[in-house]
Design a protein around this ligand. Structure first.
Ligand SMILES: [Zn+2]
Length: 138
């Protein structure tokens, strides 16, 4: 376990170095330094998850089980390509898209009850979006 954690830390450090944005992690509130729950799988750069949202993900994993994070950081070109909102919170590492096997209305109600969550949305694809912006949905 300790060895795995070490490897993980090394991996994250390496990713940050590669991306050349150690400062981005600083701006996002040290999200990368917050320990992740064992039942959270990342399909995208975990260093880009703000600490506040990581806490929420940990709570969701505690309550509903395995959480898969699909999207954190989106580069402006990718955002444009995918037709994302121009002021997408993903551009600033302030949003997370994830999925979890649970009743959507229950998950949405739970997300709504989390003070750290600003915007939230359940997409028809089954993904949930949460960000640290003002409280809203669409
Ligand atoms: Zn999103």
């Amino acid at each position: 376990m300790r060895q795995r954690l070490f490897a993980w830390t090394f991996f994250i450090g390496f990713t940050v170095t590669l991306a050349g944005c150690g400062t981005v992690a600083g701006v996002t509130g040290m999200g990368w330094a917050t320990a992740s729950h064992n039942s959270i799988a990342y399909d995208d750069s975990s260093w880009c998850v703000p600490r506040k949202l990581k806490k929420v993900l940990n709570r969701v994993a505690d309550r509903y089980g395995k959480v898969t994070v699909h999207s954190t950081k989106r580069w402006w070109l990718e955002n444009w390509w995918k037709g994302g909102a121009r002021k997408s919170y993903h551009l600033n590492c302030k949003a997370v898209d994830f999925s979890v096997r649970a009743d959507p209305s229950s998950v949405i109600a739970y997300l709504k009850a989390q003070p750290e969550v600003g915007g939230y949305k359940h997409y028809s694809s089954g993904h949930y979006h949460i960000d640290t912006g003002p409280r809203r949905t669409w």
